[in-house]
Design a binder for this molecule. Structure first.
Ligand SMILES: *Cc1c(COP(=O)(O)O)cnc(C)c1O
Length: 422
């Protein structure tokens, strides 16, 4: 019945149906692992809810200054518990992940301090924050904060380079968990722990900040459990569970989170103010759903790897490889195939399925990029999406999928589209 539906409504060929079946068979063990992690994380979240006695009252709202917002203050504690920190700030009005990360950087760094990037060039949008580009715009550089970057060697952290980069002025080190738009392995939480131990063995008071975007709930613990002082992410990715309508979180040590809180609002006020304006309910429900939604996205990624492995493409991670974020990359080796892939994903999205994405000159990027996204929440990439820069080797980055079954369909359409180009 299902196969006929796929054939009649989406034109999926017997060839792709067969390949998909073979792909699924080899995913069994990886799927099982994802289910196991989901079970554990779901129960950890549930326990935090009951430990903090969450009730209808927490789902309510405040206006104005937002003093004594029970829902907000409790959600902070729940995030801290689940992510292994002492304290947290979770706010709908952190506009994106970049703002969450930059709030941490400005919160802890002072003129004359040095920031070191341990995993190579940070995420593109941070270049202007740090002052790698447009240095006079109020960037960290503009405020007298120095920056040193330790590039990776063969996709691995250059520990010797890191040692050399650390001098008495170094106040913070930033580590990016996800591979982002790079063809490298994502850092597992344990691998991040090794970087942090190394840094602290050289200078113990360095504040280690982890850009945790795309990583939440993919493993059974988060980087605070291996020594990170601050971990940061976006609520329109994993921890929002597809339901949070905007926002970001910061979790870490009491001291570091307090410094960051004075940057988020202002010195003296910190986290005491901030009306939630009706956002508590979706942030709570989203966090409750997040382990399950992330599992769906991880399984979609595993299927993506298996399907394109069967079709002969190089993928990262492999269908049986360890995952620490929700991104799967597929080297498609031609512009036409990359475009065809993204168009297939768009067709399988619940919103804007009729839109035909095309490469465009996105501000801030060197090459044209193509993006497929059809989300309930604008730009949300825990929802199904695919994108890639139009340059060799024409790699598609696939992520998300609120439901596994619909993400699978989108991937089959993408595979069908790619197959037609030869
Ligand atoms: C998404 C993301 C960010 C932040 O991006 P925003 O679009 O500002 O939310 C930062 N780092 C990584 C690795 C990301 O995936």
């Amino acid at each position: 019945m299902l196969n006929n539906f796929l054939k009649n409504n989406y034109g999926i060929s017997d060839y792709i149906l067969n390949i998909a079946k073979k792909a699924e068979e080899k995913c069994a063990e990886s799927y099982r692992k994802a289910d196991e992690i989901c079970a554990y994380n779901s129960l950890r979240v549930l326990k935090a809810f009951s430990d903090h006695g969450v009730s209808e009252a927490h789902l309510g709202s405040t206006t104005g200054y937002g003093y004594d917002d029970l829902g907000r203050d409790t959600l902070d504690k729940i995030y801290a518990d689940v992510f292994g920190g002492e304290d947290a700030i979770v706010r709908h009005n952190i506009v994106n992940g970049t703002m969450a990360i930059s709030t941490c950087l400005y919160g802890v760094l002072r003129p004359g301090d040095t920031l070191v990037a341990a995993t190579g060039k940070p995420y593109d949008t941070l270049e202007e924050v740090i002052g790698i580009r447009n240095t006079s715009s109020g960037s960290l550089k503009d405020f007298g904060v120095n920056y040193r970057q330790v590039d990776m060697i063969d996709s691995k952290v250059d520990f010797e380079g890191l040692r050399n980069a650390i001098d008495p002025t170094v106040k913070a080190v930033i580590i990016q968990r996800s591979k982002g738009y790079d063809w490298r392995d994502t850092y597992s939480v344990d691998a991040i722990g090794e970087i942090i131990s190394f840094v602290k063995s050289i200078k113990s008071d360095i504040i280690c900040i982890v850009d945790n975007c795309y990583g939440e709930f993919v493993e059974e613990k988060e980087p605070c459990s291996v020594g990170a002082d601050l971990i940061v992410g976006s609520l329109i990715k994993n921890p929002g569970g597809g339901l949070a309508m905007s926002g970001g979180y910061i979790v870490g040590t009491k001291e570091a989170v307090e410094m960051v809180s004075y940057r988020l609002t202002c010195p003296g006020i910190g986290r005491e103010c901030g009306a939630t304006l009706g956002n508590n309910r979706s942030m709570y429900q989203g966090f409750f759903m997040a382990p399950e939604i992330v599992r769906n996205a991880v399984k979609a990624g595993i299927f993506c790897s298996a399907l394109f492995e069967e079709l002969g493409y190089e993928v990262n991670p492999s269908s049986d490889g360890k995952r620490s974020d929700i991104i799967t990359s597929v080297k498609l080796l031609s512009e036409e195939k990359l475009v065809a892939f993204c168009r297939g994903i768009q067709q399988g999205a619940p919103i804007d399925s009729f839109v035909v994405p095309a490469p465009w000159d996105m501000p801030g990027y060197e090459n044209k990029v193509i993006m497929a996204a059809g989300a309930f929440v604008q730009g949300s990439s825990i929802e199904i999406s695919a994108d890639g820069p139009i340059k060799p080797p024409f790699t598609a980055y696939f992520q998300g999928g609120l439901t596994f079954e619909t993400a699978k369909l989108a991937l089959m359409i993408a595979a069908e589209n790619v197959l037609k180009i030869n």
